[in-house]
Design a protein around this ligand. Structure first.
Ligand code: PLP
Length: 391
């Protein structure tokens, strides 16, 4: 068989090795408490599921849907943006529905990048931020987003030291994997800076609603005057409404970029199944208390995780947002790599986490814990950890 060149640039998905060990442990009967993949476990609220059931009975709904999203769905997202961020969007020109935000990010990378373009991406990062562009033969410059870094100086240093013109930059706050948040003031600085350097801004706001204190409520980059001239923002129903399997997200903002994404998607897909789009509009039109409940579950888990792990001897910084905790390794195991530590946790404590370097080289020395296990199992993990720490 011929060798496929592209595959060389696509190593097996980051966590393959940890997953292999996890599967082997499970096969031997271990009950692994899994803080690995960020796969929300909270059921989708009932009225959304009911809407899907009701709508899918209508045979008219079984036909191809609209690639850019049905009007009612785009209107519902425009209303959400106005309610939540006080940002007005034209549902016809400035909003497109995507098949999850991951698909939106990947196809925006595809339509945006030509071979040899230079793109500035966070590191550590959610893999599609880098790989969307790698797949399309772009060159990457990485900026470090660990908490001790001053973001604006880190970014400007990378921009000013780059020999090549930077075409676009990815921003992702609240961040996966670091749970780092940013302020509206940061966006107010980065927007004019990007305009001055003619850099397109792609903001991934997948965790818009998963925050734990009113003071840490994530802003939208589109709240900044003039941001629409250079920015597109991606949001998702996966976490806000606990709908990860439904694959529904949005790209909003700059009209030209939204039309570019619309164009490429018109070649690639027919949009999500219409009943999913109708149910997604119902989700966006839900009462605010619904998101509050989901947020509350993660807040409670976060508190139990941080408190119980700390009592077991591992101090984990308390995340202000997202469904992740991001932590350096416990003192006792600092001599290990993130991957070695993650393997050991599975084998000796029945706990699975994601090694930080799976998200990029600046993630080495850290691990990510997804809060997708219930409180009882988090406490069980803390007891297992204690035994390992006392060994
Ligand atoms: C930062 C970030 N962006 C985007 C996504 C993709 O979300 P979805 O494709 O489910 O909308 C995720 C999922 O984990 C994420 O963490």
């Amino acid at each position: 068989m011929r060798e496929l060149e592209k595959l060389k640039r696509l190593p097996p998905y980051v966590f393959t090795e940890v997953n292999r060990i996890k599967d082997a442990a499970r096969a031997k009967g271990s009950d692994i408490i899994d803080f690995g993949m960020g796969n929300p476990d909270i059921p989708t609220p009932k009225h959304i599921v009911d809407k899907l059931i009701e709508t899918s009975q209508d045979t008219k709904m079984h036909r191809y849907s609209a690639s850019r999203g049905i009007t009612g769905l785009r209107k519902a997202n425009a209303k959400y943006y106005e309610r939540r961020f006080n940002v007005k969007l034209d549902y016809d020109k400035e909003i497109i529905a995507t098949i999850g935000s991951k698909e939106g990010l990947a196809n925006m990378a595809q339509v945006l990048a030509s071979p040899g373009d230079t793109i500035l991406v966070p590191n550590p990062a959610y893999p599609i931020h880098a790989f969307g562009f790698i797949i399309n033969d772009a060159n990457l410059i990485h900026y470090n987003i660990n908490s001790e870094i001053d973001l604006m100086s880190e970014i400007s240093e990378k921009v000013e030291n780059s020999k090549k013109d930077i075409k676009a930059m990815i921003l992702n706050f609240p961040s996966n994997p670091t749970a780092e948040i940013c302020s509206l003031d940061f966006y107010k600085e980065i927007v004019p800076y990007a305009k001055k350097h003619n850099i397109i801004l792609l903001s991934d706001l997948a965790y818009a609603e998963i925050y734990f204190d009113q003071n840490d409520k994530p802003p939208s980059i589109l709240e900044v005057d003039g941001a629409k001239e250079i920015a597109v923002e991606f949001t998702s129903l996966s976490k806000s409404f606990s709908m990860p399997g439904w694959r529904m997200g949005f790209a909003v903002g700059n009209e030209y970029l939204i039309s570019a994404l619309t164009r490429i998607k018109s070649y690639l897909d027919y949009g999500a199944f219409t009943p999913i789009q109708v149910a997604s509009a119902a989700a966006l039109n839900s009462d605010e208390s619904l998101i509050d409940e989901i947020r509350g579950v993660y807040r409670q888990r976060r508190d139990v995780l941080v408190e119980s792990f700390s009592r077991s001897g591992w101090t984990i910084p308390s995340p202000k947002a997202t469904m992740f905790a991001w932590s350096s390794l416990p003192e006792k195991f600092k001599h290990l790599s993130s991957l070695e530590f993650s393997k050991m946790l599975i084998e000796k404590a029945d706990i699975a986490v994601s090694p930080g370097d799976g998200f990029g080289e600046y993630g080495e020395g850290y691990v990510r814990l997804s809060m997708v296990e219930n409180e009882q199992r988090i406490r069980q993990a803390a007891r297992n950890l204690k035994r390992l720490m006392d060994e």
